[in-house]
Design a protein around this ligand. Structure first.
Ligand code: NAD
Ligand code: UGA
Length: 463
């Protein structure tokens, strides 16, 4: 039975996943390591509000397990040395250089982990791929681990993570399934699969723990994200048709969602999907398909991204067009910056592209998000606009609350569906704004009839 786990990568996956494993396996010592000292300090912070990842329910679990059987450290070598099982949860971003630039997954962090494990390990280890990886990455990891001079055996498993940010803890506590890919033809492979299964069995029903071969497991993760993102692009494509025809996308989604073959989840039309994974994973899939000469397959999946980019720019263009074709010098309030509600993550958020577009059109942006820090918003904008903070500050202002943000504004744009934006006092806000007062609801969270009755010019998605 496993008694000691190490997880390399203390990010949005490593942190919450290991916190739940530690909670449900009090007999296992779980050490999460990272090269980023600041991040580890934040995980160890006394102040639970300062944890590097915001997820409902996470702080409570960390409070219960930290320094009991859950530890955060930068001593990667020691944690590898002590562990019987090592999860690799490092980032696998899109390559920004060389072959496959802009498409393939950058596996340099994965390779570094494998090399470090190979050089440090002096006892047998089970190495678990938790990061999302191109199919067949396990064979690369295996080749590197084989080079170890220390006469140790490594067994490799794929155990992709399916949690969604904002609901990570609920997803981890009650997963639809746990997927374990391994070499089930050998006794060593079977033992490794059983060891990981035992950890999950402490809280996940046995029939939800699925075993496949390692390649199916790696590919299933990319496939799941591709299918999920495709649904959003599909409903967003229909939202453009709705706007041209007076059909209503929420009604269409409700009507088709009643078909049990289609189902009602993940059909919310929006300003476009964001997040660190959908785009990166689909581009990775497109690259893999191209590598095998499967150009039609590659083109098919690439359209999901094309459609998402179209949805973001369509929304931004609509704002300018409805505001009499100019936003130059106009005060626009952006509500939300995170890529979805209940997270402090803004990676690939649609907010970034929309803000960039409006800055280019010389709008004055007044931005508020309940969880994304001011520094993060500035960093995102510096990257997107190629401007310095000083230059940006001519055109943007970031708030840590909504008091006073609406004074003399020409328009309000809802970019993230935070619950608190549903319950603002829009009647009062209207009186504070310039007239006509515009609301662009990129998440369809407001009631168009009520908002219009209050005198706003209201524009949602697909209606
Ligand atoms: P992240 O960027 O939040 O965290 C990765 C961490 O790994 C960083 O803190 C980084 O410093 C650390 N790291 C990188 N190389 C290292 C090394 N050699 N040694 C020690 N630490 C190292 O990334 P994330 O969002 O947690 O995603 C991790 C992986 O999980 C990705 O492959 C992603 O596709 C996948 N995934 C993410 C989510 C999600 O919701 N974010 C969900 C499912 C799967
Ligand atoms: C997604 C998947 O849902 C997870 O299963 C997966 O583990 C994860 O990617 C990953 O591999 O990283 P995540 O990106 O955290 O999770 O969040 P989602 O809930 O999938 O939302 C992604 C984006 O799509 C957000 O911008 C969200 O607002 C948008 N979205 C989602 C819609 O526009 N409409 C919907 O109906 C659902």
């Amino acid at each position: 039975m496993i008694k000691s786990i190490c997880c390399i990568g203390a990010g949005y996956v490593g942190g919450p996943t290991m916190a739940v494993i530690a909670l449900k396996n009090p007999h296992i010592k779980v050490t999460v390591v990272d090269v980023n000292q600041e991040r580890i300090n934040a995980w160890n912070s006394e102040n639970l509000e300062a944890l590097p990842v915001y997820e409902p329910g996470l702080a409570e679990i960390v409070a219960q397990t930290r320094n009991v059987n859950l530890f955060f450290s930068t001593n990667v070598n020691l944690a590898i040395h002590e562990a019987e099982m090592i999860f690799i949860s490092v980032n696998t971003p899109t390559k920004t250089y060389g072959i496959g630039k802009g498409m393939a997954a950058d596996l340099k962090y994965i390779e570094l982990c494998a090399r470090q494990i190979a050089s440090v390990a002096t006892t047998n280890k089970i190495v678990v791929e938790k990061s999302t990886l191109p199919v067949r990455t396990a064979s690369t990891i295996k080749s590197i681990l084989k080079q170890s001079q220390n006469n140790v055996q490594f067994e490799i498993l794929s155990n992709p993570e399916f949690l969604a940010e904002g609901t990570a803890i609920v997803d981890l506590l009650n997963p639809d399934r746990v997927l374990i890919g391994g070499d089930y033809h050998t006794q060593e492979g079977k033992n490794a699969i059983a060891a990981l299964t035992d950890i999950y069995k402490n809280w996940v029903a046995a029939d939800k723990i699925i075993t496949t071969n390692i390649w199916s497991s790696e590919l299933s993760k990319l496939t799941a994200n591709a299918f999920l993102a495709q649904r959003i692009s599909s409903i967003n494509a229909m939202s453009a048709i709705c706007e041209a025809t007076e059909a209503n996308i929420d009604e269409v989604a409700f009507a088709i969602g009643k078909d049990t073959r289609i189902g009602d989840k993940f059909l919310k039309a929006s300003v476009g999907f964001g997040g660190s994974c959908f785009q990166k994973d689909i581009l990775n899939l497109v690259y893999i398909a191209k590598t095998f000469g499967l150009n039609e397959v590659a083109d098919y999946w690439e359209q999901v991204i094309v459609m998402n980019n179209y949805q973001k720019s369509r929304f931004a263009r609509k704002i300018v067009q409805k505001m009499f074709n100019t936003v130059s010098g106009k005060k626009i309030v952006m509500l939300g910056w995170a890529f979805k509600k209940d997270t402090n993550d803004s990676r690939e958020s649609a907010a970034i592209d929309i803000a960039n577009y409006l800055i280019e059109e010389q709008a004055e942006l007044h931005i508020y998000d309940p969880k994304v820090t001011q520094q993060q918003i500035l960093t995102d904008l510096e990257k997107a606009t190629n401007q310095t903070t000083n230059q940006l500050q001519q055109q943007i202002k970031i708030y840590n609350q909504t008091t006073n943000i609406f004074q003399q504004a020409h328009a309000v744009i809802i970019v993230t569906e935070w619950d608190e934006f549903k319950n603002l006092d829009y009647a009062t806000i209207k009186t504070q704004m310039q007239q006509p007062a515009f609301i662009f609801d990129g998440r369809n969270i407001l009631n168009p009839t009520e908002i219009t009755q209050q005198g706003f010019q209201y524009f949602g998605i697909g209606k």
